[in-house]
Design a protein around this ligand. Sequence first.
Ligand code: SF4
Length: 241
Amino acid sequence: MTQRIAILRELGLTPAWRERTPAPRGSVQATDDRSVAVENSPATVAEAARELSRDQCIASATWDELTHSIAKCTACKLHRTRHRTVPGVGDRAPTWMIVGEGPGEQEDQRGEPFVGAAGRLLDAMLAAIGKRRGHGVYITNVVKCRPPGNRNPEAEEIAACAPYLRRQIALAQPKLLLAVGKTAAQTLLNRDATVGALRGSTAQYETTPVQVTYHPSYLLRTPIDKAKAWADLLRALDIAP
Ligand code: SF4
């Protein structure tokens, strides 16, 4: 505790301490409580201060600065195997922000989220409700670099990337967050539950409504659940047309 206070004083921060329970698989829950970053930071003072400084830079970045920062990011091991970073694409003042899990193989090659078969299904679902990427819609992922072999991102990777998503939401100020898939839902809502348990009602990220639905990749494998995803989209449309 003494060490943490010393770091925060050194950086000119005087946050209120707050007890928190660990978030499932990392969390993007909005916070100005810098103690959280220090609480989870590496052991040494120098490393903790660096991490805190990184978080502060991201928290005040513009869109372009964010893109640049992500392109150079080495904060987790996913940077070693990525070909391109995938920060996000679309309208920077959107009605909807769609948040997926992480880039797949084609996304990693092109630097754009949701391309390939899952992306085409997402685009088709959006078109069916009169929406399309780039027009009132911003699309991003929880992690901005591809997990090798399309494995799920690990908690440490989600936590390392969380400041980027947090800043994207703050900059975009969407009317609705559409969390597609378990990783996005758990990260945005800070809850360890299945998509089936989280969808069907509207939760909140700060003051922004969050609608949870199935990931298009899952729907390609499990088309029977497309009807549920359709119901989720209609519910989302009711909240933020
Ligand atoms: Fe950085 Fe996020 Fe890529 Fe990890 S996944 S290297 S935190 S941009």
